[in-house]
Ligand binder design. Sequence first.
Ligand code: GLN
Length: 486
Amino acid sequence: MAKNGRIKAIQTALESGKTSCTELTRQYLDAIRKNESLNAYISITDETAIETAGIVDAKLARGEKLSALEGVPFSLKDNISTTGLETSCASEMLNGYKPSYDAFVWDIFKSANAPLLGKANMDEFAMGSTCETSRTGGAKNPYNTEYVPGGSSGGSASAVAANIAAYSIGSDTGGSVRQPASFCGLVGLKPTYGAVSRRGLIAYASSLDQIGVLAQSTADCAEVFRKIAVHDALDMTSTPFPAYEGGNAIKIGVAEEFFTGASADVYSALQNTIRVMEQITGNTVEIVKFPLLKYALPVYYIIACAEASSNLGRYDGIRYGRPAEAYEDIDDAISRVRSAGFGTEVQRRILLGAYVLSSGFFDAYYVKARELKQIMTYKLVNETLAGVDFLITPTAPATALKFGAKMSPVEMYLTDICTVTVNLTGLPAVSVPCGFDRNGMPIGAQIIGKRYSDFRLFELASKFEQATDSEFLTPLNGVNGMGVSL
Ligand code: GLN
């Protein structure tokens, strides 16, 4: 049986009086504490959640219908600004920092009366692929707590897979929504660049950052996306989302470049996915080419680090960050603040970024990377995707690693090979669960679409979900019944 999604299940239960919103929200908060060892949350926002639930209950008592997302408890990644509520980016630098303004998306959820359960764990400043660079230690994968949930939105994925949040809002700069979604058996969307306002999202690499959704089904993911795909005049990269006109017959392309390096289990799950896609669309897949994929990682890491080194310049203990207590001069003060406040991976990226932007190397690295980014976008859109609607690739070449597996930085960067091109080119992509590896860990398939084809992506993903009888999706009450059951 295909699922209508958790959001619908919750709203039906609320409207029929099966449970009150306050009762349900308390159940979620209790389940978070019962599963504290998952370390999915950095902070729990009981008061905000219960207060919102009270508003919803009052509305229900008046016999009013619930609007989209109303009463459905969720979590926000810890890099999304929430007035008066700690937003630490999982960094010592922002430990205890409470923003004085709200992110555009948080405003939307607040007006929708969606109870905020807490701020989800993540890699420090969203830099990483395992969630292990968090100042509080990484979140765990509910499928097997010896494994990582992926990153950087690892806490969001862990929480949704355990159903200690009905859905979660993450951010995706190079795969941080899609990769953890794939590691935790969830649906994860990286929207078209500009579709969701980045106002109030603490910046990592602004030209690549995009807010995305992690959910237990495509229905949930689509509903949340519909709510947040709103033009924001105060984010200059925000664009109005064009009306969806529906699609014709679907043609799918497969570019072999994305499959080199895939593990045997990922490879065979993807072969199966392609077969199912052929049945759904009634078309055989077309083999297409994207030879520029070999440049994706260097281009991504040069641009991401360059933008990060500029964006993170504000953490100097004067504008942001706790000031140094003892210092010799201003340089010494800033250096002390940054050495104490930033973890190793963040420091590495700031240094790499400063290097590629420095006068002697600017043309050789940064300018070249920007040019390649443009060429990659042109070629992907006008050549690879010219005769097809979507590309199917693995979301990641391998499944979740064990916690503490000591990957070198370069080994870690290599795992982003399938996801970063989507950010470099501004296209939308969704990761859908498509199987399990020999250890029972989830595998994700990535569907890449053309600009603004986000809703069409959901249509295809939903057909895939139905055709596979939802057998790869995380169960509604969470993996191993960890979370709230309705
Ligand atoms: N793993 C990638 C990185 O570390 C992507 C992170 C992200 O999307 N925020 O940069």
